[in-house]
Design a protein around this ligand. Structure first.
Ligand code: CDP
Length: 219
């Protein structure tokens, strides 16, 4: 089994790149952020206080999350779109900071990593979930570019003021992820840093696919 971990901050292009890379290599693709988003959605829908760690920990045993490619289901319902909405985005970092939530999600993620060749995208895959991953990429981009990409992806305004505001909310979330106690967002020591600023997706996928083939050939 080959595991490729792609970690990085919000808007660095992780999802697009991880998906395209998985397709190129014939691997599965696992978006771990979508799992945390689905739990955050379940909490919001059930009126659970996102500050209540015990209630959130109990919630993970009470819901069924499944991910197949880009389709995310929560108790059998397709929530792929709604988990990208602003309410979930505003709540997700709080939910993802809860130890019991992370433990359950990481266990699901490791099961997937053990099951086959997979590209796993997230914040702590190379540093904590699958530290033995065959290739670890830490994908970054400038603050401005990350805000621009996110605005385009969500169909938001791209004037300077709106982009500045979006950049601030992205930075706040990255800071919350980096400052949490459990499995904080950090670059693994042995990760390869790839800066996607000003490069198109194909160029980066080519670059990572070359590195991945090198790793696969070595095995
Ligand atoms: O797409 P974007 O980069 O905005 O975020 P995402 O990958 O969907 O992740 C949403 C949130 O889930 C992050 O801000 C983290 O709080 C959390 N997350 C995490 O804690 N660990 C992961 N492996 C993946 C996501």
């Amino acid at each position: 089994m080959t595991v490729i971990a792609i970690d990085g901050p919000a808007g660095a292009g992780k999802s697009s790149i991880a998906r395209a890379l998985a397709h190129r290599l014939g691997f599965e693709f696992l978006d771990t952020g979508a799992m945390y988003r689905a739990i955050a959605l379940a909490a919001l829908e059930r009126g659970i206080d996102i500050e209540d760690a015990d209630a959130l920990t109990a919630l993970v045993d009470d819901v069924e999350i499944d991910l197949q490619g880009d389709v995310v289901t929560l108790d059998g319902r397709d929530v792929s779109k709604v988990i990208r909405g602003p309410d979930v985005t505003a709540a997700v970092s709080k939910v993802a900071a809860v130890k019991g939530v992370r433990r359950a999600m990481a266990a699901m993620q490791r099961t997937r990593a053990d099951a086959g060749n997979v590209v796993i995208e997230g914040r702590d895959i190379g540093s904590a979930v699958v530290p033995a991953a065959d290739l670890k990429i830490f994908l970054t981009a400038s603050k401005e570019e990350r805000a621009r990409r996110r605005a385009r992806q969500l169909g938001l305004a791209t004037d300077e003021e709106s982009l500045g505001e979006l950049a601030r909310t992205i930075e706040d979330r990255d800071r919350a992820d980096a400052e949490r106690e459990v499995s904080p967002f950090v670059m693994a020591n042995d990760a390869v840093e790839v800066d996607s600023t000003g490069k198109d997706i194909d160029t980066i996928v080519d670059e990572i696919a070359r590195a991945a083939r090198g790793v696969i050939d070595e095995r």
